[in-house]
Design a protein around this ligand. Structure first.
Ligand SMILES: [Zn+2]
Length: 296
C-alpha cells in the first residue's frame, strides 16, 4: 500500500515538476508555442479564432490558467488591454506579472500605424501601433526566435530542444514564405476594403492596398455618409474583395457586397479560423488561397 502511495506521489511530483506551463492569449501564439515546445510544454490558449480578442471576458477558468502559468505569451501593443491586466491581477502569480515570464510579441518587433498623437476622437486607437501583426510571416519568424530564447531562459534544462525545434521551424517557415510569395504574385497591386483595420501587415507584405474600411475608426460605428462614400469607392476602384475576420459579424460586409457586387471574403485571421487553419502554416495557406479565389 505504501509502495503504491509512493509511486503515486512520485508520478504527481514528476508531472508538476516536468510540465512547463504557458498561457497564450491568442491561438496563433499557441500554435507557435507548439512548434517550439512540442509536447514538452503544456499550452493553454485564452481566446479562439471565433472570438474578438479585443474584448475577452476575464473568466475564472482563464484566471486559473494564468495562476498556474510559468510564462504568458500575448500579442501585446494594448490588444488585450481590456482583459489581460485583470487576468494577471486576479491570478496573483508574480512569475508572469512582469519580467521574463511576461512575453509580449509586440516587444520583439516594430509595429505599424503608431499614432503620432493620442486623440480619443480617432476611436479606440492602439497607442502602441497596430497589434494585428500575426499575418506578417517575417514578424512571426522574429517573434519565434525571441520566444525560443525566452523558453530556453526559463526552462534551461530543455534549451537544446528549443533551439533544435526553432531551427527546424525556421527552415520550414522560410521555405513556406517563398511558396506563399510566389503563389500570391497575382495579388500585387490589388485593392481591398476591410471591415476592421486588421489587415495592414498582410496587405503590406503582399503589396496590396487598403482603400477603405467599414469601421473607419476602430470601435466607432460608421456614419451613413461614410457608408455612401464607401459604396462609391468600392464600386469604382476595381476592388478585389471586402475582407473580414472569421470572428466578425458578416452583415456589414455582406451589405457592402450587395451594394457593389464586390465579393466579401472571410479570412481565418487566426489559427482555427477555418477548417484549413489548423496551425500557422495552414492559416497562411488558407488566407492566400481565399484571396486568390477572389481574384479569379
Ligand atoms: Zn484592432
Amino acid at each position: 500500500m505504501i509502495k503504491v502511495y509512493l509511486c503515486l506521489l512520485l508520478l504527481l511530483t514528476t508531472r508538476i515538476a516536468g510540465a512547463f506551463e504557458v498561457f497564450a492569449c491568442e491561438p496563433e501564439w499557441g500554435s507557435l508555442l507548439k512548434e517550439l515546445g512540442g509536447d514538452a510544454i503544456q499550452i493553454n490558449v485564452g481566446a479562439s479564432a471565433l472570438q474578438d480578442v479585443h474584448v475577452i471576458e476575464a473568466k475564472p477558468s482563464l484566471i486559473a490558467k494564468v495562476r498556474r502559468a510559468d510564462l504568458i505569451v500575448c500579442s501585446g501593443a494594448d490588444l488585450e488591454i481590456g482583459w489581460l491586466p485583470q487576468l494577471i491581477r486576479q491570478a496573483g502569480n508574480p512569475k508572469v506579472a512582469s519580467g521574463a515570464g511576461y512575453f509580449m510579441a509586440s516587444d520583439q518587433i516594430t509595429t505599424l500605424e503608431k499614432p503620432t498623437s493620442l486623440d480619443r476622437s480617432e476611436g479606440d486607437i492602439h497607442a502602441q501601433g497596430n497589434p494585428h501583426f500575426q499575418l506578417d510571416p517575417y514578424r512571426v519568424l522574429a517573434i519565434a526566435k525571441a520566444l525560443a530564447a525566452r523558453l530556453s531562459q526559463l526552462d534551461s534544462a530543455h534549451a537544446a530542444d528549443y533551439q533544435k525545434r526553432l531551427d527546424d521551424f525556421s527552415t520550414r517557415w522560410q521555405a513556406a514564405i517563398k511558396t506563399w510569395e510566389a503563389k500570391a504574385a497575382p495579388l500585387k497591386g490589388r485593392k481591398v476594403v476591410v471591415h476592421h483595420m486588421s489587415w495592414i501587415y498582410l496587405l503590406q507584405w503582399l503589396g496590396m492596398e487598403q482603400i477603405g474600411a467599414l469601421e473607419p475608426k476602430p470601435g466607432v460605428p460608421p456614419t451613413s455618409g461614410h457608408l455612401a462614400t464607401l459604396v462609391d469607392l468600392t464600386k469604382n476602384s476595381h476592388t478585389l474583395a471586402i475582407l473580414r475576420a472569421a470572428y466578425q459579424d458578416p452583415k456589414p460586409g455582406d451589405w457592402l457586397s450587395q451594394q457593389t457586387g464586390v465579393p466579401a471574403v472571410t479570412l481565418p485571421f487566426s489559427v482555427g479560423g477555418d477548417d484549413k487553419s489548423k496551425d500557422l502554416f495552414g492559416m497562411f495557406d488558407s488566407t492566400i488561397d481565399k484571396l486568390l479565389a477572389a481574384a479569379k
